[in-house]
Design a protein around this ligand. Sequence first.
Ligand SMILES: [Cu+2]
Length: 198
Amino acid sequence: MTARRFHLLIGLCAFVAATVLAFGSLFVLDHGPVQIAPGPAAVGGPFQLTDQNGRTVTDQELKGHPFLVFFGFTHCPDVCPTTLFEVSEVLRALGPDADRVGALFVTVDPERDTPDVMKDYLGSFHPRLRGLTGDAAAVAATLKTYRVYSKKVELDGGDYTMDHSAIVYLMDKQGRFVAPFSLKRRPEEAAVDLKKYL
Ligand SMILES: [Cu+2]
């Protein structure tokens, strides 16, 4: 075997292992080790959190409208602000229909992301976006429900950042998971896609 082939093979093995790990943890978390993809119902479910205006938000009250939900944190240097900007662009492209769609930003960092901090932060994005936070247990339960990975990473000097998965979920008006929602297209195209679920 040539060195080049060997490297390709190693690369392929790493890719397969990473894929198995990613999907394994996505679908198997609390269903035991042998269960295979249990279906869309496995993403999403009951939660109770607080929005940036101090209002309680539950999965029940979201029913009747499709919604996008994204998990991150306000101290995030790039992925979160970029994603929230892109979601804002889709909402803008929806025009008046934006009122019929939910858009949630759920913190993975409730320690720092209080409702006030969320409110401040979301001032830079579309007004339709709701920032959800809560006590550590309520947030952890929501992350588990949505199969979201997040991990605190200590930085030098006592500060910390958060590693987190960065998928925007599209949920239908019954609160069921449809698919990851792609933002790698023009906002107008994404808006047309979203309108199918109104
Ligand atoms: Cu982020």
